[in-house]
Ligand binder design. Structure first.
Ligand code: AMP
Ligand code: ZN
Length: 476
């Protein structure tokens, strides 16, 4: 039985789907705002979602997984509440890079998906963009308006949080700094009210034109940041679904606002389980551009690390625990990952067909991941398995089963190993191998064999198969 910490009730609860006796689960994760590269902090949160998704699947659930791409409406105010103010992050980035906001969105969405794949994160069933769902967002605001939850100011349509009993149940309200925001927008009825729709031209002024704007019943403008998640989550998963995931900062404002809008509109409970991942720190400090410590995947890859090594590192901390990133820790994760890969290659090399796994370890592994995603424990059990006295074939079978959840791509250990070796093979050897191929095509087998011997003397062995020739460095 899977147990999860639910931020809504502040308790560890047994997971039971919204639709009783069903194996179908609906899950939503707040995705990236695509104005810049996602950093290793953002990817910690997406990895937490992935580990939860895989754990649900391991338990036999069929998961409908939705992630959004925020490509409009997230203003430069921080995620703790003043997201109604400042410049639109997309438009700001477009100005800075001399591109259109649409080009910025396309570029950073592609970059995000490339990193997403490199971390072996399972693609969402629906990856949905805010700009593709303007109609749904307007409809939702209209419903809220009809039900009397909104009011208009000079710069937009706002949600009146006092109209909803229980607003802010999820967050630690006293952590929200109200005062600061009161000064910013005097027209708001209550400090915690938030924008549903913002006008491009508040008060009929002629601000510089926005690139991203749409017609609406209230005037030309763009959606507030929170409304997209409610509109898209409910479109794809229905008015009530099982699990919503995000980083812990979203718990204070963005998620309470999602709940408020959705529940005010439908009168139903929006989400049953709220799961929040803790932040990553770098050498004990919050990540930020100005400190130059908001590392991206390419910063790690440039230093020769594998994206999967970062995934390994993430799993060594419990998702509700703040974790500290450092290069020595990543180095250690890479070493451990390499050892696991070597084990797989060695165990496969013996040519044994795995028959049975190690039931005792499989049971303990399942208990660990089902205990509120205790992956540090699951990793420890994995290593115990590797060091145990079971035959390699049995260990391999269990390990590959675990990897359905760990997602270290161990199945492809040999291919990854070959790819890495190939990258290290000198150009001169590659050219000789091509020359040998040409000689063989011309049926000059004698010359081809002589060349093979020469290549061998230089330290490389050739392995011909139907798929082509594999070059292996001879270990000395
Ligand atoms: P954003 O693009 O800023 O909306 O962030 C995308 C996701 O990453 C959200 O779920 C954030 O809560 C999460 N996030 C942002 N910074 C960090 C961090 N340092 N550690 C973990 N998660 C983070
Ligand atoms: Zn969201």
């Amino acid at each position: 039985m899977l147990k999860l910490y639910n931020s809504l009730t502040r308790k560890i609860e047994e997971f039971t789907p919204v639709h009783p006796d069903s194996l179908n689960v609906g899950m939503y994760t707040c995705g990236p705002t695509v104005y810049d590269f996602a950093h290793i902090g953002n990817f910690r949160t997406y990895t937490t979602s992935d580990l939860l998704l895989r754990t649900l699947q391991y338990n036999g659930y069929e998961v409908d997984y939705v992630m959004n791409i925020t490509d409009v409406g997230h203003l430069t105010g921080d995620n703790l509440g003043d997201a109604d103010f400042g410049e639109d992050r997309m438009e700001k980035s477009a100005k800075k890079e001399g591109k259109s906001a649409w080009e910025i969105a396309a570029f950073y969405t592609d970059a995000f998906l490339k990193d997403y794949k490199a971390l072996n994160l399972i693609p969402p069933t629906h990856l949905v963009k805010a700009t593709d769902h303007i109609k749904e967002q307007i409809e939702l605001v209209k419903t809220l308006e009809e039900k009397g939850f909104t009011y208009q100011t000079t710069d937009g349509i706002y949600f009146d949080t006092t109209k909803l009993q229980d607003y802010g149940r999820l967050s630690n309200l006293d952590e929200i700094k109200e005062g600061a925001r009161m000064e910013v927008n005097q027209e708001k009825h209550n400090p915690r009210d938030f924008a549903l729709w913002k006008f491009s031209y508040p008060n009929g002024t002629s601000r510089p034109a926005r690139q991203m704007e749409w017609d609406s019943p209230w005037g030309v403008g763009f959606p507030g940041w929170h409304i997209e998640c409610s509109a898209m989550a409910m479109k794809y998963l229905g008015p009530s679904f099982d699990i919503h995931v995000g980083g812990v900062d979203l718990r204070e404002t963005h998620h309470p606002n999602e709940i408020a809008q959705s529940e005010a509109a439908t009168g139903k409970q929006f989400v049953k389980y709220w799961v929040h991942g803790a932040f990553i720190l770098v050498q004990g400090e919050r990540m930020s551009k100005s400190k130059g410590n908001n590392y991206k995947l390419y910063d790690l890859e440039k230093q020769g690390f594998d994206a999967i090594a970062l995934r390994y590192l993430y799993m060594q901390a419990h998702y509700r625990q703040e974790m500290n990133f450092s290069f020595p820790a990543l180095e250690a994760a890479q070493t451990s990952l390499n050892k696991l890969r070597e084990f797989v290659i060695r165990a496969e090399d013996v040519g044994e067909v795995p028959k049975i796994g190690c039931a005792e370890f499989e049971r303990r592994f399942l208990d660990a991941i089902n205990d509120d995603l205790n992956f540090p424990q699951a990793m420890a059990i994995t290593w115990e398995l590797i060091h145990s006295k079971y035959p390699n074939s049995a260990k391999l079978r269990s390990l590959l089963k675990f990897d359905k959840v760990l997602g270290l791509d161990l199945e492809n250990a040999q291919i990854i190993h070959d790819r890495e070796e190939a990258a290290e093979i000198p150009q001169e050897i590659k050219e000789m191998v091509n020359e040998r191929k040409r000689l063989r095509n011309e049926q000059d087998f004698k010359a081809a064999d002589q060349l093979r011997e020469k290549i061998k003397r230089l330290g490389y062995e050739l392995d011909d198969s139907e798929k082509g020739t594999r070059i292996k460095r001879i270990k000395r």
